[in-house]
Design a protein around this ligand. Sequence first.
Ligand SMILES: Nc1nc2c(ncn2[C@@H]2O[C@H](COP(=O)(O)OP(=O)(O)OP(=O)(O)O)[C@@H](O)[C@H]2O)c(=O)[nH]1
Ligand SMILES: [Mg+2]
Length: 353
Amino acid sequence: MKKFAVFSGFLGSGKTTAMMALTRYLNEHGSGAAMISNDLGEGVTLADHRLAELSGCRASQITDECICFCHDVLTELLKTRFDEGCELVISDIPGFGVGALEHVYHGLSREYPDFCELAPFTVVIEPRTAALLREGKSDDLASIWTAQLLEADLIVLSKCDLLDGDARAELLAWLGERFPQAQVLPLSALGGDGLDALASALLQGRASLRHPDIDYDDERLQDAMGSLSEYYLQYHAAVCCYDFDGNAYLADMAGEIQAAIRAAGCEIPHLKLLAWEPEGDFGKVDLIGAERPPEIGHCFRGPCTELAVVVNASAACPAELLDKLATEAVRAVSDKYQLELLLFKRECFGMGD
Ligand SMILES: Nc1nc2c(ncn2[C@@H]2O[C@H](COP(=O)(O)OP(=O)(O)OP(=O)(O)O)[C@@H](O)[C@H]2O)c(=O)[nH]1
Ligand SMILES: [Mg+2]
């Protein structure tokens, strides 16, 4: 039977990168697979979805609503992919993902019992987060990470290329002891290590459909969720010269937004900057935390002549302030590069609104 998997996990943990690597791996190894990027912006192009498309992945997006609450839209899309021959379709989940086990997996198994098989409910965690939990961090963020991991049938320790062998073994062992209900697997989506084991676990395993002991009304969980705002900006940039450096432009923009967010005393768990040329060349810069250096994920190969740009941010910052800071930063950096902007879409809202 065809399979559906949810990849939950914290912002910036590596879900999209893992879904891209895994669908590519499966398509190259004979089991058709596709991915869905799910977020709440209305009528927007998601940076994650566009990145997957630009990278040649079999990808779709569901915007405007969480797959927790639109099973009709989700099953329609799954049916299309299954009819195309996909054995496995994977979707991520907006925000923190806590509650997706109940809303997506239990919801689907009640409303569409024979529609497809559910793969192990998967939670992606990056080494830095796992290390903080292991050291005993116990604030609002830690309560979210713990709730996510308690929902997991399968925990994926991502970005393992950043760890040496001992550190990786220690974190894997700790995750296994702390969350004994889940299988734990290491992955380097960028390097390719661990994709075979992850593919087998998803294709051969099944969701347990447990009811974990989580207080979903916990005040700390609700407060943390309520403090998060989402920002979506989409524009076209006309370039004035022939030596425009799209990579420097994106890096400067990440730095400018980071500085503004830090000056406001806010946190930015994930900022995604993606720009592409009509021919398909593209650049991508991520910021995963106000105190961490921006990461250049993909570089333009040469000077750009015109650009489409998508900016997506999730920040612990009031929506009005995030909207102002991010938009001003984009304008300031675009002015510096003498770009003429044509705005398609701008939206900013609080997750608790
Ligand atoms: N070194 C390394 N970096 C990675 C790996 N996987 C992801 N990253 C980086 O981590 C950052 C976040 O990755 P994403 O895949 O966008 O994270 P996400 O969980 O989808 O984030 P949200 O969509 O905000 O929830 C990006 O800069 C990635 O390039 C990996 O295997 N190794
Ligand atoms: Mg993502």
